[in-house]
Design a protein around this ligand. Structure first.
Ligand SMILES: [Zn+2]
Ligand SMILES: [Zn+2]
Length: 465
């Protein structure tokens, strides 16, 4: 219902907001752009664009069978009673789902400049079901699948907490998996990047002149990683990061930070940072210091669609942060909701690499299984959905502030997108909404605590915004 008028409105605005986007408009709308009067267009350069895909979580055991408890190992014995050819909400991704996502992406032209892929190839299964060799095999399978669909596109991967065996236990020095990743990703990365990837699971590389991708191994800062429990600078990544950002500043480059586990607080929990709290504080302080170099942050891991704005100590918006939803639709039996499978394309201004827009694609999994066809569609265009002129930090801050205005319904829309249109009847109010909004704009402990005001997730007052 939303989609067609959305495309029409967008077409009218493309002259003003972001000239050149009309070329891609028709691709998403699935029809020609005949109504555009080219003579009225201001000849600005085409926006740059890149795909962001994350959390593929391939479950190679997925198969349709009469016994719903045996559909996939990742359901851990729970009955996948709605299982279809593209998956089930209690299972990780069947290969058909992943294949359909990349097929859709490869059909959208003109093609993107590059892909960022923020990790987690293996399924959610007990450690005993996997091994180092199996994890490498899964990472290899996903890398090959991407290469098959995009033989000429640069790809910038990041390691996820599942891209290790046992999961989460990333070491602080070279090991079989970092070495395997360097081998698998050698077609995409240069020697210097492969060198640090082999040693610590992180790297940086120029994506194009003036734009550097910094791929962090934030699993080293993740709570369950026992290997880094007592390390102040695991694998020397902080020192490397600061040196890399310093050099980028001197060379007048802009940086996209990509990583699996995000910085900041989890939007669906209370007082829980995604990485260990002291590592979160350190990351926030580095990102603040170099915010003039960083043009955007792109993360995965939560499987949900969310935004954050990094504020300076005085509340000035410094950086836009985007967490992309997952391809896998999995949830546990105990969770009330999940996400539909998703991937996205991000548009940026090629003159300064600032973020202009995000087009979020999704697959209605229930419908895809019913119709036995994977009809990936545009879920929403971020600027259109929220009436923003771009996705720069001050625009995102305005949006988050609008969420707490009385009678504002923009937050309901945001929350529906948070779940990738899993179920629009699910509401997030009171304590749930407070957790979401505080996590959006307060990434450090002091500011976040003041925002939630010591209230528990079930209480219903906003302390501050
Ligand atoms: Zn994941
Ligand atoms: Zn993860």
């Amino acid at each position: 219902m939303l989609r067609l008028p959305l495309c029409n409105r967008r077409r009218d605005r493309s002259h003003v907001v972001c000239s050149g986007t009309h070329v891609v408009l028709w691709l998403a709308c699935g029809r020609g752009d005949h109504s555009v009067d080219a003579t009225r267009s201001i000849p600005l350069p085409e926006p740059g664009k890149f795909w962001h895909i994350t959390d593929l979580h391939l479950d190679a055991t997925y198969h349709l069978t009469d016994d719903p408890t045996k559909v996939c190992f990742s359901s851990k014995g729970a009955p996948a009673i709605k299982a279809g050819i593209y998956g089930d909400f209690l299972c990780d991704s069947p290969y058909s789902l992943i294949q359909s996502a990349f097929t859709k992406m490869s059909q959208v032209t003109p093609q993107a400049d590059f892909i960022i892929w923020t990790g987690d190839s293996p399924p959610h299964v007990a450690a005993g079901e996997l091994s180092t060799d199996m994890v490498i095999q899964l990472m290899s399978n996903m890398s090959e699948t991407i290469r098959d669909h995009f033989p000429r596109l640069p790809v910038f991967p990041a390691l996820g907490n599942h891209d290790y065996w046992p999961q989460d236990q990333m070491p602080t020095s070279t090991n079989t998996i970092y070495q395997a990743a360097a081998k698998l990703w050698a077609p995409w990365l240069q020697a210097e990047a492969l060198g640090t990837l082999r040693e610590g699971g992180f790297y940086s590389q120029l994506a194009q002149p003036g734009l550097r991708v910094v791929s962090l191994n934030t699993v080293l800062y993740y709570g369950p990683d026992k290997a880094t429990a007592n390390a102040t600078d695991p694998a020397g990544q902080y020192q490397w990061l600061q040196g890399t950002l310093e050099k980028a500043a001197q060379n007048l480059e802009k940086v996209f930070i990509i990583a699996h586990v995000p910085v900041g607080y989890l939007p669906y929990a209370r007082e829980i940072t995604a990485v260990r709290q002291h590592h979160n504080e350190r990351l926030v302080s580095i990102f603040r210091k170099y915010s003039h170099v960083i043009a955007g942050h792109f993360y995965g891991h939560t499987h949900r669609d969310s935004i954050m704005v990094l504020l300076g100590p005085e509340g000035k918006p410094l950086n836009s942060i985007f967490v992309s939803p997952a391809v896998t639709p999995i949830k546990s039996v105990l969770e009330p909701y999940s996400n539909n499978p998703a991937f996205r394309v991000c548009f940026y201004d090629p003159s300064d690499f600032s973020l202009l827009d995000i087009w979020q694609y999704y697959l209605n999994l229930t419908e895809a299984n019913e119709k036995q066809t994977a009809n990936w569609r545009l879920e929403y265009v971020m600027t259109e959905a929220f009436g923003l002129k771009d996705l720069q930090p001050h625009s995102l801050l305005q949006l988050t502030l609008s969420f707490v205005l009385p009678q504002a319904n923009s937050f309901d829309k945001y929350f529906s997108h948070f779940l990738v249109s899993y179920d629009d009847s699910i509401r997030c109010e009171n304590g749930c909404k407070l957790s979401q909004v505080c996590a959006m704009v307060h990434l450090d402990h002091k500011a976040y605590s003041e925002c939630v005001g010591g209230s528990s997730a079930s209480e219903d007052s906003f302390a501050l915004l």
